[in-house]
Design a protein around this ligand. Structure first.
Ligand code: SAM
Length: 284
């Protein structure tokens, strides 16, 4: 029988955030594959765990992928851990997962911290819908193309950033999104000096002209204004059929109600008509 690959989340700062299940697997698995073995040894030492480790990172993922899947085929259980947080989020873990799926090898997850999600929930920005954008490229043209692609996205945007690139990134973001957009800059999450700065992009650019960035950052940026669906509209939480019903209850004919709801939402009447009648058909 094949072994299982366990994708084990580890703390992003505070060691108390490791799960009991992850620790149990570190004790019982045959091997731990780590992005940075020195860092993982520190975590294991803290909990008095001694276990064989192998490195698995961007520069050896091809050979190590073959080695790890070979072990799984022999029935060994392997834990995969990243530098910090959840493996396969902005790290080469995604390649190993794909390889296991191709080879029909069992993969499961042991959930825990993700820097992006923690920054998002602390940002004060909309968490209803968001887009995780990972790291911007170091290539100037690719970074600008990436920012151009997402500048009209109405969802909250989340980026990872290293301190030495922060100043340039804020400059490029101001140019692409405009300085008025709100941003939350989260650093040292779950650590003693955790900090979340909330300001506009222009203020952030000016602030980091004067202040040296310290630690790894997550940048959470307000989405583009969505003219078609203002979130503070009275009908924003209503599904389309309930929006139409509202006008019918106020005395409009179904045709007029569809017209009014379509006008509110900036949608074609046909779309609202179809949404209203499809639900009606399902209900009867
Ligand atoms: N797999 C990780 C996760 O689940 O969040 C992310 C790995 S990615 C290579 C590393 C990036 O995560 C950093 O550059 C930074 O943007 C973000 N990050 C990790 N730990 C953080 C922390 N304690 N505070 C703020 N950002 C952090």
């Amino acid at each position: 029988m094949c072994g299982t690959l366990y994708l084990c989340a580890t703390p992003i700062g505070n060691l108390g955030d490791v799960s009991a299940r992850a620790l149990e697997l570190f004790r019982t698995a045959d091997l731990i594959a780590a992005e940075d073995t020195r860092r993982t040894v520190q975590l294991l030492n803290h909990f008095g765990i001694s276990k064989p480790l192998t490195s698995y990172h961007e520069h050896n993922k091809r050979e190590k992928g073959a080695y790890i899947t070979g072990l799984l085929e022999e029935g060994k259980n392997v834990c995969l851990v990243s530098d910090a947080g959840t493996p396969a989020i902005s790290d080469p873990g995604e390649d190993l997962v794909r390889l296991c799926i191709e080879k029909n090898l069992p993969v499961t997850s042991v959930p825990g911290p993700v820097a992006a999600v923690n920054a998002l929930i602390l940002s004060g920005l909309s968490t209803r819908r968001f887009s995780f954008e990972g790291f911007l490229s170091v290539n100037k043209r690719h970074r600008r193309e990436h920012l151009e692609q997402v500048k009209n996205d109405p969802h909250t945007l989340i980026f990872y950033e290293a301190p030495h690139k922060l100043k340039y990134t804020l400059h490029d973001m101001c140019a692409a999104f405009g300085g008025g957009r709100r941003i939350a800059l989260a650093r040292e999450l779950t650590k003693l000096h955790e900090e979340v700065l909330r300001m506009t992009l222009a203020e952030a650019e000016a602030y980091y002209e004067e202040t040296a960035p310290r630690g790894e950052y997550v940048l959470v940026i307000e989405g583009a204004p969505d003219c078609a669906a203002p979130t503070d509209a009275w009908w924003a939480e209503l599904p389309v059929p309930a929006h139409v019903e509202h006008y019918i209850e106020k005395g409009l004919s179904p045709k007029e109600a569809v017209k009014e709801a379509a006008k509110d939402r900036g949608l074609p009447k046909r779309d609202v008509y179809n949404a209203y009648h499809t639900t009606g058909d399902d209900a009867h």
